[in-house]
Design a protein around this ligand. Structure first.
Ligand code: PMP
Length: 389
């Protein structure tokens, strides 16, 4: 039986960029001690206090169908959080709770793109972006950024891509680069969106992981609240990746339609998970900082290691749980380097190419293992790079 073109072509064909990752997993399964610096998952688990709240909620009976837009207390907490962080007055009616950021990204594109519309995104990109766009029947169009510009999208490139497009998806703090968009970049984004009547989908799932400077939400820029859908998640901020709880924040009319979409797709998020999320948000920034602290420490360690060599060039990054390293001095592609490093030293990192052509000749290193082992692996990576020159 024939399946739909839409689902058959979701990945767009070709390599899905996970070859090194899959090889590493196979080696681990075969008993090899691989140092895993590939995926963006914390090395701590969900805090026991959050689990206790989840347990209490489930045992207390919150196991039936939950309110589809999200339980009122959670919508209120998220609205308050955004109001506080961005200065944009945000009401619970501007918030819909989703099963994680990924489903929010899908729903957001569904809400703003018609069949065949062009949806813009920035290269390098989080691996699911083009497939998410194809999944709603839109056509993904990448806007290249440059390593030497710290992968900040430039106004002229945005202008060139914008005519006729329906939406622009950005992500700051950024996966895979760790870059936090500065005010000038975001003002350029806002001007292009306003000038070409684009919706902005702003993926802010790493907003609690900023190591230098501050996170600025483009929704806070003049005129942007009416054309921006913010995607957020408890996954990264509270080490709740498996709980599947996130949100979309946007204009009330858009949220109304998104609730109708949820009624026909997800049917909401488990009530006891939402109650746990309310508890987690009530702990304030202390818990978020506790979850972010290991990455902050490892980034500092990485800076020391990287400063003592000159083959690997780090992209100046200020956030998220990743480092982007330029290894073009070795003459190898990111993929060749990552494969050789895996074979020679059993260290697994992601080739930049997995995140788009703009990151060719780069590596993404996830800072998701214990500090000393992380620093050792980075030292080995740098020494290995120097040997290739
Ligand atoms: N956006 C980005 C940039 C991500 O890195 C991730 C997860 N790796 C997500 C969205 C989705 O996260 P979740 O669905 O767990 O909220």
């Amino acid at each position: 039986m024939q399946l739909s073109t839409r689902i058959s072509n979701l990945t767009g064909g070709g390599s899905d960029g996970w070859d090194v990752f899959n090889r590493a997993r196979a080696m681990i399964a075969a008993g090899v001690d691989v140092t895993e610096l590939t995926i963006g998952e914390h090395d701590i688990r969900t805090d026991p206090t959050i689990l206790a709240a989840m347990d209490a909620a489930a045992r207390g009976g919150h196991t039936g169908y939950a309110s589809i837009p999200g339980v009122r207390p959670l919508r209120e907490r998220v609205a308050a959080r955004l109001t506080e962080r961005t200065g944009v007055p945000t009401r619970p009616e501007n918030v819909m709770i989703t099963p994680g950021g990924q489903s929010a990204l899908f729903a957001a594109h569904h809400a703003v793109c018609d069949e065949g519309d062009t949806a813009l995104y920035i290269d390098p990109y989080y691996a699911t972006y083009p497939g998410t766009i194809r999944g709603v029947g839109a056509v993904p169009k990448a806007i290249r950024t440059r390593s030497r510009e710290a992968f900040q999208p430039q106004r002229d490139a945005l202008e060139a891509a914008a005519p006729g497009a329906a939406s622009l998806l950005i992500n700051s703090p950024n996966n895979p680069t760790g870059v936090v968009y500065d005010r000038a970049t975001l003002e350029g984004v806002a001007a292009v969106c306003a000038g070409h009547d684009l919706w902005l989908i702003s993926d802010e799932v790493y907003d609690t992981q900023v190591w230098e400077g501050t996170h600025l939400s483009p929704r806070a820029l003049p005129g942007m609240a009416e054309r921006t859908l913010v995607v957020g998640s408890m996954s990264k901020s509270h080490a709740m990746t498996g709980s599947r709880v996130g949100w979309i924040v946007g204009p009330e009319t858009a949220v109304d339609h998104l609730i109708t979409l949820a009624t026909h797709t997800t049917y909401g998020v488990a009530g006891f998970i939402q109650d746990a999320a309310v508890f987690a948000l009530d702990q304030g920034t202390a818990l978020e900082e506790k979850v972010a602290a290991p990455f902050r420490r490892r980034r500092a360690l990485a800076q020391t290691v990287l400063a003592s060599q000159n083959t690997v060039v780090p992209i100046p990054s200020q956030g998220a749980m990743y480092l982007m390293l330029d290894i073009r001095a070795t003459g190898l592609s990111g993929e060749d380097f990552a494969n050789r490093l895996l074979d020679a030293h059993h260290i697994a990192v992601m080739p930049g190419e997995s995140f788009g052509a703009a990151a060719a000749g780069h590596l993404r290193v996830a800072m998701t293992i214990e500090d000393m082992r992380f620093a050792d692996a980075l030292r080995t990576l740098c020494a290995f790079a120097a040997e290739q020159v």
